[in-house]
Design a protein around this ligand. Structure first.
Ligand code: ZN
Length: 92
């Protein structure tokens, strides 16, 4: 087993014979094109959309007037501070 780098030797020989540069030295235009991004599956997209618009039910109790009830809010408002429908104060 030899430790000779045949690729470099072959390239040097070729450059001596032909005086040309390889495609990889010419820059991005001549480089191999990038692979396409993998297209996401429709099932994945549907699941993502479903999660984005999913509703959650919260049990609310007003600190001010004691009014309580359940509200259905989008998942993005899960932790949002909601106002009481009776007195307008913040509910927890
Ligand atoms: Zn209230």
């Amino acid at each position: 087993m030899s430790r000779v780098d045949h690729e470099r030797r072959r390239q040097a020989d070729r450059q001596r014979r032909q005086g040309t540069e390889g495609a990889d030295e010419l820059g991005a235009l001549f480089a191999k094109a990038r692979a396409f991004k993998k297209r996401p599956a429709k099932a994945d997209l549907r699941a993502e959309a479903e999660a984005a618009i999913a509703k959650v039910t919260r049990e609310m109790k007003c600190d001010g007037c004691g009014h309580e009830g359940t509200v259905t809010v989008p998942a993005s408002r899960r932790r949002a501070r909601l106002r009481c429908s009776q007195c307008g104060g913040y509910a927890t």
